[in-house]
Design a protein around this ligand. Structure first.
Ligand SMILES: NC(=O)c1ccc[n+]([C@@H]2O[C@H](COP(=O)([O-])OP(=O)(O)OC[C@H]3O[C@@H](n4cnc5c(N)ncnc54)[C@H](O)[C@@H]3O)[C@@H](O)[C@H]2O)c1
Ligand SMILES: O=P(O)(O)OC[C@H](O)CO
Length: 335
């Protein structure tokens, strides 16, 4: 029996907590940043704001108190939006100790520093003389479908292969299958960068450009995200896996994707502010990741035409249609 603290009670943290609880054999604590969200889950047995329609059983202890959530935890699985990871781990650090395993399920790249989430976490811990293994969980996984128990497969990445194998066993169940990988860079960047391409796929859908355009975007999207991930030290084959092509296909085609839905609104002519307002507080990581990805692309001298056009649209510098026209007018090249 392991005690697992799931830190972050948005849609994804809540779905992961439910999946681990259903698996059995663990004590699960769920931490919400917001006391109001924690109180609602405890009071109604449901995360009405972020994952409505799924009962959260009383056996999952829910709290907004960090010390309470982390008490006795052997595995700490975090799932908050990327912009909150640094501050969240700064508040967790005093309650962490050697022997624990950290797992990041956040998909994003930090603004400004251009660090991956596992790097942000390691940096926060290092400032406090702490060094714990940090694994990454990523792959094609809509929270609502995992919460419903639909068969889902993801990657669990850690440079320590023993830790990845342990997590594969501790998290795996009849509805959640995990594949291990030691390429943390590739897995983490695959999960973050697909959100940018999903915004572009939404734009194509919002403009009603059809299936040819969508397929072209997914295929050329994996080409440019792979170029960047490889330049950053990831492996090409990782980007062909669940946390690369797998998540790209899901997010570019799935109607549950928040990133794709923001892109659809932009394609239909909405402003970014209006498109984001439609999410009612839910996160579309691709918006900030697009800028960070372009920063990394400039650092490593990697060409990312789709990401560049997404940034131009997000800045309001180019209309969605003009962005697609620019992509089509690029000089011919080999595949
Ligand atoms: N929802 C999914 O289907 C899914 C699946 C896989 C990965 N993810 C990833 O998980 C991460 C979390 O996404 P989500 O869907 O659970 O979020 P969400 O859209 O449900 O929103 C969470 C909300 O809680 C707030 N919040 C959460 N933690 C906070 C903190 N520590 N400090 C301040 N505010 C906080 C956020 O501002 C936001 O309003 C993202 O990186 C996302 O890409 C999501
Ligand atoms: O709803 P999205 O666009 O944030 O995507 C959710 C997950 O990352 C899909 O794997």
């Amino acid at each position: 029996m392991s005690r697992i603290a799931v830190m972050g009670a948005g849609a994804w943290g809540t779905a992961l907590a439910l999946s681990l609880w259903r698996r059995g054999g663990h004590q699960i604590a769920l931490w919400a940043h917001s006391p109001a969200v924690a109180a609602t889950i405890r009071g109604t047995g449901e995360n009405k704001l972020f994952l409505p329609g799924f009962a959260v059983p009383g056996e999952i202890t829910v709290s907004s108190d960090v010390a309470e959530a982390l008490a006795g935890a052997e595995i700490i699985l975090s799932a908050m939006p990327s912009r909150h990871v640094r501050a969240s781990y700064a508040s967790f650090a005093a309650h962490l100790h050697a022997g624990q395993i950290l797992v990041s399920a956040t998909k994003g790249i930090e603004d400004g520093t251009l660090l991956r989430m596992s790097e942000v976490i390691a940096q926060v811990l290092a400032a406090r003389n702490l060094s714990l293994p940090v694994a990454v969980l990523s792959g094609p996984s809509f929270a609502q479908e995992l919460a419903a128990g639909a068969p889902t497969a993801v990657t669990i990445a850690c440079s320590d292969t023993g830790v990845a194998s342990l997590l594969q066993q501790e998290f795996g169940s009849g509805s959640l299958r995990l594949y291990t990988n030691d390429d943390v860079v590739g897995v983490e960047l695959g999960g973050a960068l697909k959100n940018v391409i999903a915004l572009a796929a939404g734009v194509v859908a919002g403009l009603e450009l059809g299936h040819n355009s969508a397929a072209a975007l997914i295929t050329r999207g994996i080409a440019e995200t792979t170029r960047l991930a490889v330049a950053c030290g990831g492996r090409r084959e990782t980007l062909a896996g669940l946390s690369g092509m797998g998540d790209l296909i899901l997010t570019c085609t799935g109607s549950l994707s928040r990133n794709r839905s923001v892109g659809i609104q932009l394609g239909r002519g909405a402003t970014l502010a209006d498109a984001l307002a439609g999410l009612n507080g839910k996160v579309a990581e691709g918006v900030s990741t697009a800028f960070a990805a372009l920063g990394l692309a400039e650092r490593y001298g990697v060409e990312m035409p789709i990401t560049s056009q997404v940034v131009a649209i997000l800045k309001g510098e180019r209309s969605p249609l003009a962005a697609i026209e620019e992509l089509m007018a690029r000089p011919g090249r080999d595949e």
